[in-house]
Design a binder for this molecule. Structure first.
Ligand code: CA
Length: 422
């Protein structure tokens, strides 16, 4: 893994201009991209542009980081970087799409422990790999001119879902669901550009789609070129220039092939069929299995402001996402007072007007929704025709050139199989 960084990104560390982005997909391989040629051409004063290292961790759970108070996962490097940088505590990803349905497993507690321990071990390897990236940047004198972004791609797959043992506790549910455990993600930024906010925790709303304009601006790009994406540059929030996020809402999902939908507007969140295409059996709260901690390692001492506290799971409330009034599986939460989604307010008349505002925003997004392109399965695309390599195979105008729509055969409407490759 380390060698591949060294080889593929050799140029990055020996050339200080223009800015480059290192995308690091942690469970996979490292890819180094020269992105900012456009940004460079916008930038007439030729000031030195930053390197950008974007670390996207797969299915990384809210409760799988020391800086969120995990007593089980040992991430000293991430914790140190997060404490030197700015923790993004109101950050949303997508829930991702339909995972394969595995039969419900009936296993004993010690099997859970073993699997959770394996997961924790992988996270610790991730932590070590990131230390190597940072050390390499430092040894090349590039660290001061580097922006490091750490983000999960969706919530952790908890309690055996997707055969995985991430953890989002106390957030509800996890990957594949619209609940907070599936969408509220782990993230921080690190770098001298953010030194005015070093050691702080941001509660401003940020979405994973905001990285493109944000990093484009950070690299000196002109935002007019990326203004029509439905996303926002939050660079001023990260640098401290303007602490108010331009974003006020997050569209969680609008599944055009079902009635599943979700939106968060300000402090309120509405969902209909938040289980989306899953079988709905992982919609609860899952404590990290096994002892706390697994080892004698010294955990990060003070993470009060970046943790979510909800107390014990209430025993006397109705957890279902269901409206008696409408007879529909729908729910409405006030995340500011109820970040763990215990109390469904969908039928509470005190929230009628707030709920209507949220529904109006959802209706707006539905009105401008574009039909997704899911061409029928084309056997000509089979890699067997191209020496077992995915390759462009068609001039179909619906498919952008030089793309490989490897998902089309697996995700026609998201039913059934997994289409989550990262
Ligand atoms: Ca993922």
């Amino acid at each position: 893994m380390f060698r591949s960084i060294d080889e593929s990104c050799h140029k990055m560390f020996h050339n200080t201009s223009p800015s480059k982005i290192l995308f690091s997909f942690i469970w996979g391989t490292f890819v180094c991209l020269q992105l900012a040629a456009d940004a460079a051409s916008d930038n007439n004063d030729k000031q030195q542009q930053p390197n950008i290292v974007f670390i996207l961790a797969d299915d990384y759970g809210w409760n799988d980081a020391g800086f969120h108070g995990s007593k089980q996962v040992y991430t000293p490097v991430l914790d140190e970087m997060a404490s030197e940088g700015l923790i993004l505590n109101n950050y949303y990803t997508l829930p991702m799409c339909t995972p394969s349905r595995a039969a419900l497993m009936t296993v004993f507690q010690n099997v859970w422990d073993v699997r959770r321990r394996k997961y924790v071990g992988v996270v610790n390897e991730l932590d070590t790999a990131i230390e190597q990236i940072v050390n390499k940047l430092q040894s090349k004198g590039e660290l001061d001119n580097t922006i490091i972004v750490f983000s999960t791609d969706n919530g952790g797959a908890a309690n055996g879902f997707d055969n995985n043992w991430g953890n989002n506790f106390p957030l509800r549910s996890g990957k594949g669901y619209f609940y907070e455990g599936g969408t509220r993600g782990v993230a921080f930024v690190h770098g001298t550009m953010f030194q005015n906010r070093a050691g702080q925790v941001s509660t401003e709303l940020i979405h994973i789609t905001d990285w493109l304009p944000t990093l484009y601006e950070a690299a000196g790009g002109d935002l007019r070129y990326v203004s029509d994406l439905g996303s926002y540059s939050v660079l001023d929030v990260l640098t401290g220039k303007n602490l108010t996020s331009p974003r006020s809402e997050v569209l969680v999902n609008l599944n055009p092939y079902s009635t599943a939908k979700g939106i968060k507007v300000g402090r309120y969140k509405y969902m209909r069929h938040p289980e989306d295409n899953t079988d709905g059996s992982y919609d609860s709260w899952y404590q990290a299995p096994g002892p706390l901690p697994f080892s004698n390692e010294t955990m990060v001492p003070n993470t009060t402001s970046s943790q979510v506290y909800c107390g014990d799971i209430p025993s006397n409330v109705n957890f279902s996402c269901y409206s008696e009034k409408s007879g529909i599986d729908e729910c409405f939460y006030d995340l500011e007072v109820d970040p763990c989604e215990f109390y469904n307010l969908i039928d509470n008349p005190d929230y009628d007007s707030e709920r209507q505002k949220v529904m109006d925003r959802l209706a707006y997004w539905e009105s401008i929704q574009v039909e997704p392109i899911y061409p029928p399965v084309d056997p000509e695309a089979d890699p067997v025709n191209f020496g077992y390599v995915w390759n462009p195979w068609t001039n179909d105008p619906r498919i952008p050139p030089n793309t490989v729509n490897s998902h089309s055969s697996k995700c026609p409407g998201g039913k059934g199989n997994t289409c989550d490759e990262m």
